[in-house]
Design a binder for this molecule. Structure first.
Ligand code: FAQ
Length: 313
């Protein structure tokens, strides 16, 4: 057996016995590449994902709502930072990842290419977008790569709070006026299908799933998680008093699950290609924030260099 074959066998033994691969362990080049792609895309999503709700911070209807929203948006920044740190353990530099994002060479979640048009969107993003994120990310806590799985544990705890604050906001609005109830329903109508698309393309069109499942980076397929999300969301919608814009949504007693319609996959492809309603604006905003922050990075680097010189004396 060659050295590489022995290393690969050892790697697979660790993965298949549900132990963790750590940054200094040997790993196949494809495993490293897939993780960098997925973790970077995930980190970018958290950072770009601050924008739709961040847009409402100055217009929150009360101090309480503002404090909650500010905490949530700051949490998303934190998630981005844990994830960039996890990616860095694989030998990439977060500055390069940021460059790839703002040059359009790396993706971020399709969901953040839709605008947040009303205050109900803040609640619906918490309920459905964070809800979908949790559904996808709880299994990632058991991802085979140690730093990613451990980052996910904390992220999921915080996402649970995000989901609850969104649902609580919507419950409050649904107890309000007819105009508030109509605003919630209109928002649900716009976000439902994009939320289903967050889970990625259908399994038979998902080029990465099979290998990522074998490596236990992903623990469930895109369609399995999409189904789990639908099953979890329908009873929540009933309690809230809203409906989902899908005439094919109905309980299937044989499967003990809900049947549901097909998302518009052409729209998904267009959004992922950068043709979403807010795609240009999101990247322009991220680029401007990055450029505006250049002085902070320069100051931090100068401070670190000064400390290094002090330590060397
Ligand atoms: N958007 O072969 P697959 C959040 C790409 S949560 C854009 O199935 P994979 C919290 C995919 O990268 C949102 N691109 O890929 C929050 C691949 O690209 P390639 C972020 C998508 O990786 C809430 C190609 O399509 N969560 O931010 C999408 O096996 C509220 C083929 O797809 C994560 O990133 C999409 N929706 O499965 C923040 C979770 N779906 O190969 C603020 C971690 C697929 O051309 C406010 N990621 N693509 O480069 C994952 O679990 C997986 O990467 C999937 C995709 C499931 C997203």
């Amino acid at each position: 057996m060659t050295d590489t074959a022995a290393l690969e066998e050892d790697f697979l033994r660790i993965v298949e016995s549900d132990q963790r691969i750590e940054p200094r362990d040997w790993m196949p080049a494809g495993y490293r590449k897939t993780l960098i792609r997925q973790i970077a895309q995930h980190a970018h999503s958290e950072i770009i994902g601050m924008q739709p709700e961040g847009n409402w911070l100055t217009r929150a209807p009360s101090l309480r709502r503002k404090a909650i929203l500010m905490a949530k948006v700051q949490d998303e920044a934190g998630h981005g930072l844990y994830l960039y740190s996890a990616a860095e353990t694989l030998g990439v530099d977060r500055a390069d990842l940021t460059d790839m994002l703002i040059e359009g060479r790396q993706k971020y979640s399709s969901i953040f290419n839709y605008p947040a048009l009303t205050y109900a969107d803040v609640g619906v993003i918490g309920w459905l977008v964070d809800g979908a994120a949790i559904c996808n990310q709880v299994p990632l806590c058991r991802s085979s790569f140690g730093p990613y799985g451990r980052a996910m544990i904390r992220v999921c705890k915080e996402e649970s709070f995000h989901q609850r604050q969104g649902y609580e906001l919507l419950l409050t609005m649904m107890k309000g006026t007819d105009a508030q109830r109509a605003m919630v329903q209109e928002s649900v109508d716009r976000w439902w299908w994009p939320a289903l698309m967050m889970f990625g393309p259908p399994d038979d069109e998902s080029p990465n799933s099979a290998q990522s499942m074998e490596w236990r980076i992903k623990r469930h397929t895109n369609d399995e998680l999409r189904q789990r999300f639908v099953d979890m969301s329908v009873p929540q919608a009933e309690v809230l008093g809203v409906t989902f814009p899908d005439p094919d949504l109905r309980w299937n007693p044989e499967r003990s699950s809900y049947d549901f319609g097909e998302p518009d996959w052409d729209e998904f492809v267009q959004v992922v290609k950068g043709n979403g309603a807010t795609s240009i604006e999101r990247i322009a905003h991220r680029r401007a924030a990055h450029e505006d922050g250049a002085w902070v990075r320069a100051a931090a680097a100068a401070f670190a260099a000064k400390n290094d010189r002090g330590a060397a004396k």
